[in-house]
Design a protein. Structure first.
Length: 336
């Protein structure tokens, strides 16, 4: 019997915490059996902050709490790339930052944080083109800026994961594949998210085709799903449409088919990623079961548990292996 391919389970821990405190996040994840988390919003005692705003003392406190709860950072869940490509008033509240300044400030800061938390992965996005414009007309500029980001990450021995999401240049699998082709950099991979595709009004079959377009470039997955039989195709997705996210085994993205197909690539990808210092192929839970939005979402500790069990059901069905904490982990932590 051949050995099952293995993945690393992680999640956005802020989704599991009612008040976003570090203790709530780590306690919930430890109880669920997770040993990795992605860092996005957190309260270390001074109020809720995005990871990009953490102070040195807060980072030090978090590192101590990680040791106490046996947690490791899978990725920095940065908002890099969620700014406008052009300084145009298009009716949105998205900010514009001159790219040279952005590269020297925000991108450099994300790299510093990755080193501070000993992770090799930074999650980011593909920039907002003007609302109502064709994203294909802005591929060149987005690819050029992403190439500079990838190079900055590469110089810091890091990998930048480009997430597919509505309203950005990389809003479809085909556009993500084209961005990846144009950037053509070893420090750039893409992050597949079925929920971010299906919530734009695509069908299950269309979502699978978009996965196939991204397949050669995928570095890791975000796991959430969506179900709304009345959702129609739309070029711009507003916040009101981001209320119907469901666990991976309940939605219409087709995670069973997608992960069954992807399983054959996991050993090869795992080898490639470990050479870059990454612990393996990460499946990052970002379920949004109690609501989602442009910069985050919430599931609660109960919702995160439901989402994790749903993902495990899918992984068991497609025969992909994973590890949750067991008694041996507890014994090892106690020095036995």
């Amino acid at each position: 019997m051949s050995k099952r391919p293995q993945v690393v389970l992680s999640g956005f821990a802020d989704e599991a915490a009612n008040h976003k405190t570090a203790v709530e996040q780590f306690a919930a994840f430890a109880a669920l059996g997770l040993q990795y988390y992605s860092l996005r919003f957190i309260d270390v005692g001074g109020g809720i902050k995005n990871v990009m705003k953490l102070t040195k003392s807060e980072i030090t406190k978090l590192r101590h709490l990680e040791d106490e709860y046996g947690m490791n950072v899978a990725s920095i869940g940065s908002p890099i790339g969620k700014v406008k490509l052009r300084d145009i008033d298009d009716g949105t509240s998205n900010p514009y930052v001159p790219f040279d300044k952005y590269l020297a400030s925000d991108v450099a800061r994300a790299c510093e944080l990755a080193h501070a938390f000993e992770t090799k992965l930074i999650r980011g996005f593909s920039f907002y083109h003007p609302k109502g414009a064709d994203p294909r007309e802005h591929l060149s500029q987005a690819a050029d800026q992403l190439a500079h980001i990838a190079e900055a990450c590469h110089r810091s021995d890091l990998t930048f994961g480009l997430e597919i999401e509505a309203n950005l240049v990389g809003q479809s699998g085909e556009l993500m594949a084209e961005l990846f082709r144009r950037v053509n950099h070893p420090a750039l991979v893409t992050v597949f998210d079925g929920g971010n595709i299906i919530s734009q009004g695509y069908s299950t079959e269309e979502t699978f085709r978009q996965y196939l377009a991204m397949k050669p470039s995928i570095g890791w997955f975000h796991i959430k799903d969506y179900r709304d039989p009345h959702l129609g195709r739309a070029e711009h997705i507003d916040e009101e449409k981001l209320k119907n996210f469901v666990p991976a085994h309940c939605g219409t993205s087709g995670h069973e088919r997608i992960l069954c197909d992807f399983a054959e690539l996991i050993p090869q990808l795992d080898e490639k990623l470990t050479k870059r210092g990454i612990p393996g192929v990460v499946l990052d839970l970002e379920p949004h079961l109690k609501g989602g939005g442009q910069f985050g979402g919430f599931s609660g500790p109960d919702g995160m548990g439901v989402a994790l069990r749903g993902l495990c059901r899918v992984l068991d069905f497609v025969e992909i292996g994973y590890h949750l904490r067991d008694f041996d982990d507890i014994r090892a932590a106690r020095g036995f």
